[in-house]
Design a protein around this ligand. Sequence first.
Ligand SMILES: NC(=O)CC(=O)C(=O)O
Length: 276
Amino acid sequence: MSTLRVALVQLHGCPTKKENITNAITQIRLAKERGARLIILPECFNSPYSTAEFARNAEEIPRGETSVALARVAAETGVYLVGGTYPEREGTKLYNTCPVFGPKGELLCKYRKMHLFDIDIPGRCTFRESAALTAGDQLATFTIGSLKIGLGICWDKRFAELTACYRQLGCDMMIFPSAFDTYTGPLHWDLLGRARALDNQMFVALVSPARDETAGYVAYGYSLLSDPWGRVLCRAKEVQETVFADIDLKMCEEIKQQIPVLRQKRTDLYELKAKQ
Ligand SMILES: NC(=O)CC(=O)C(=O)O
């Protein structure tokens, strides 16, 4: 395998959880028809992105209805499916969790958002995820052939050390299901995606919900995939749509030779260490 077709599925929000799941399944089937082998959904795709709504839509992973439906469609289509995120319930705690299903419908891993989205830009954007959710404390990776992929969720991409830890683990791709808002999106979305890609010489995919001006939280849209050079290979607009990129897996090795910054780190003077 020297190239991999990736689909970024930018979904619009539907009135109910059931309709969100049905819409996602339809789009996954269409992406498979167009040759995708790795399909990625957005953050919080089965629920409004609201601290007041998380509990109502939360479920156990992988026993809940969203996971069961995603596992089934992954097996039916034979794809790797990054199930965006949805609220996960474990005991009394809620998490913002990204599950990954393999081509047989098996749960390959799940990642719980490690940095919670607590933001306060008066008059622009205020959100306190930590009022409703518990932060995760584990990195999560999976592989497709020789490609090792790391997971983060939205706000996590602002913490450069996290992606650098995944680089240390040998990841050549990061996936961030995300939901930036319409103030931070235009300023930071591309910049952060491309910066993480360039710093770590890896592919970076950011997948957002479509924009809905009537929603309580208005997501930015513009899902994108950056290559290790910081070039945007595909980008959605604001509406529901799926965009595709064929990623060339040799590119990470080439750039590491040509621009050998990863080998030139002065670990005698500074060092990054994952504590797990
Ligand atoms: N929704 C998030 O977690 C993060 C976000 O919107 C931002 O970083 O801006």
